[in-house]
Design a protein around this ligand. Sequence first.
Ligand SMILES: NC(=O)c1ccc[n+]([C@@H]2O[C@H](COP(=O)([O-])OP(=O)(O)OC[C@H]3O[C@@H](n4cnc5c(N)ncnc54)[C@H](O)[C@@H]3O)[C@@H](O)[C@H]2O)c1
Length: 434
Amino acid sequence: MCVVGLGYLGATHALAMAKLGHEVVGIDIDSTKVESMNAGKISFHEPGLEVALREALSEKLVRFQTSFEMTEPAEVVFICVGTPQTGSGGSADMSFVFAAGETLSKAVSPETVVVGKSTVPVGTAAALRNRMSKVAGFPIHLAWNPEFLREGTALEDSLKPDRIVIGSWDDYSSHKLKDVYKPILDEGTPLVEVDVPTAELVKVAANAFLATKVSFINAMAEIAEVTGADAVELAKAIGYDERIGNEFLRNGIGFGGGCLPKDIRAFVARAEELGAGEAVSFLKDVDAINRRRRARVVTLAAQELGELKNKKVLMLGLSFKPDSDDMRDSPALDIALQLDQAGAQVTVHDPVALGELGDKHPALIREQILSAAAKGQDLVILGTEWSEYRALDPTAFGKLVANKLIIDGRNVLDVAAWQAAGWRLIALGRNVHN
Ligand SMILES: NC(=O)c1ccc[n+]([C@@H]2O[C@H](COP(=O)([O-])OP(=O)(O)OC[C@H]3O[C@@H](n4cnc5c(N)ncnc54)[C@H](O)[C@@H]3O)[C@@H](O)[C@H]2O)c1
């Protein structure tokens, strides 16, 4: 089989397929990525993936190339290229999907099943099938098989998914895909077979729901902040109701990453194109609540410090979530940049993401050693809940800073322990008496 696009999704999927025993050719237009994968190196941080890559290389189950040419046409080709946000309108940029599809059309046979895994606006698959069939000169078998992996646990999620969703126009394609996933399906993983538009929608609907849940509890945090209530206790209390559940119900600085924010914006844009914008217009509020939480931290910092100009602030964490170096639409990075804009001297620390910053945002002071990063800071903000931050000793850490003031952007610190060590701790949506 073949996997086109070797980013977070494609690299993980290629290696998950190799783990199932399939022979995989991975294709990416980025030659640096291809060379590095052939050398056993993954260009991003994802636990367990590099070990899986080395195993697959040594078993000769994977190889990577920039060319779409294959010695024999693949039986199944997965399209895993990016679908980033285009511009301010929020719609998704489909140019990578169509470009990959058109190049693929010249490399596949009438028997090949092409499978879309990228997250796309509903209707993309039909357009892609038409375009590809025109270029190939025969009808392309196309199916849609959305991916629900979470960065940080990507390989495990791919191998042990909550469900497999297959959308297809013909039995031939769905049978091929079920064959690919046989070892996973044999373990009892639920299979949901649907039409193609439903398969495209499932992914954006799931992300819209998750984003709404996070913004719901963040909206409750806004109310808690003006009423003296405690959003963490509130979440605990409502989360015991099985219909609500306590997952994804911790208030803080909100969601980010390469999926949720751009997926809800693209969903709204597509629904508006289809004349059904009203149905999902609430997602604009979901997005606005999410962004307001970032601004709230900047406001709190200014209130606590009197003014931000020349104040020293340390941001703990830059990636959008722990166990990942992905900084796409990261709340922590966004807040660090807003504080910098407001005149603060911002130092950033992250266990893995600093290297990814490269020469972007030169005003942010990078510090790899946490104790050095903490020295002389007026304010510390916990932006990403890495385990090493959760495990910090507030007494020892307090000896390094100039001012024992911390904003817990993720509500993960033990308030009593930090206060006992002399810290003033500000927790979003919480009635914390310092
Ligand atoms: N990252 C996740 O956790 C995740 C989870 C589920 C679904 N998705 C979806 O998967 C898709 C990919 O996301 P990602 O995070 O892996 O993106 P990414 O930007 O990390 O990777 C995309 C890759 O596609 C390659 N590419 C672009 N055009 C190409 C072409 N014509 N031919 C071959 N390769 C090409 C790029 O060089 C890049 O390596 C998106 O639609 C995303 O929404 C992502």
